[in-house]
Design a protein around this ligand. Structure first.
Ligand SMILES: Cc1cc2nc3c(=O)[nH]c(=O)nc-3n(C[C@H](O)[C@H](O)[C@H](O)COP(=O)(O)O)c2cc1C
Length: 316
């Protein structure tokens, strides 16, 4: 299966809908950006519940809600409410590398403390109505940290474990540690989902060759670098005639969705620029052309700049 990775600020409902509209069936499902229990209360997480309300997600990718937090009671409360509104699985984020999160032993900040992980699972799992899956890194400070966690995960029923083989300290840079990932595989009794740096169909094929036992792959930034990536993976077709037209169509669909969404033009401009930083890679344009969008001063000129670029690309 191909799974769309959760990316806070990028893969919310608006994106998932626009993507699904342009490329139905490209991904099997998505994991939502995290609902945070950072302040230990449900109200905070519930503010972002719109992202996963089933009635709003009907014309979109199927989604599994993700929870970030380590308060067992609140976790159970939120997960069971998600179950009541229709979710049979929730995902626990123990991979987030942001310092303000890790400082409180949340996200990947909990990985050096296997006893805390055990204590949370011990309290949460028996009370949980939906199934639980986990998304994690190899460790916070060292990739070796995962080896103390595996026996704990093996003691609990889990739908799957997604591993992004970096440490929290690495954030999103440096190499993925495939050697340690390979050592982990035979030790974990749960299905494993691979995640990290799949940016081309060739990257995917290399991983499949090395890890034939893994059936499920999660893709994040790669789908913004190239929105057609899941199709290339599925069809083994590296370059099709209409690729550029499809990419453009998707970019326009996303721009429209953003336009109809947020009411404040500065927020819309900020959002578009965030996407642009990644998605510009999917277009055959120079750095200089791409940067004109980032330098645009207001919402109208940001949009105009992108449409201009798309027109030029069209004429190529
Ligand atoms: C902007 C951004 C936001 C992210 N937000 C989340 C999140 O909410 N939950 C999560 O588990 N991972 C989050 N991630 C991590 C991604 O899901 C993924 O693990 C990571 O980007 C590596 O995969 P990739 O190389 O395919 O992008 C985020 C990553 C980025 C770049």
């Amino acid at each position: 299966m191909l799974i769309l990775a959760p990316m806070q600020g990028l893969t919310e409902l608006m994106f998932r809908k626009a993507y699904h509209q342009c490329f139905p069936g490209a991904f099997d499902y998505a994991v939502s950006p995290f609902l945070s229990l950072t302040h230990g209360n449900l109200a905070d997480a519930w503010k972002k519940i719109d992202d996963v309300l089933p009635q709003d997600n009907q014309d979109s990718l199927p989604v599994i809600p993700q929870i970030l937090g380590k308060e067992p009671l609140e976790f159970v409360g939120l997960a069971n409410r998600l179950y009541e509104i229709g979710y049979s699985e929730v995902n626990w984020n123990i991979g987030c590398p942001m310092r303000r999160v890790t400082a409180k032993h949340r996200g990947s900040g909990i990985l050096p403390y296997p006893n805390e992980i055990r204590s949370i699972l011990e309290q949460v799992v028996p009370r949980l109505q939906p199934r639980l899956s986990i998304k994690m890194r190899l460790g916070l400070n060292s990739p070796q940290e995962i080896f103390a966690i595996i026996p704990i995960l093996n003691d609990y029923p889990l739908a799957n474990v997604t591993i992004h083989p970096r440490t929290g300290r690495q954030q999103y840079g440096g190499q993925v540690d495939l050697d340690t990932f390979e050592e982990v595989l035979p030790l974990l009794r749960h299905p494993v989902v691979y995640n990290g740096d799949i940016c081309t169909a060739a990257d995917y094929r290399r991983l499949r060759q090395r890890f034939p036992q893994i059936a499920d792959y999660m893709i994040g930034r790669g789908v913004l670098y190239d929105p057609l990536l899941p199709m290339r993976i599925r069809t083994a077709d590296e370059n099709g005639e209409n690729d550029l037209a499809q990419t453009e169509h998707f970019i326009r669909t996303l721009l429209n969705a953003i336009d109809e969404g947020d009411v404040r033009e500065v927020s819309k401009m900020r959002k578009i620029k965030e996407y642009w930083c990644l998605i510009r890679r999917s277009l055959p344009i120079t750095e200089q052309q791409a940067s004109t969008v980032l330098h645009a001063q207001d919402y109208g000129s940001t949009i105009a700049c992108i449409h201009n670029i798309l027109e030029t690309v069209n004429e190529l």
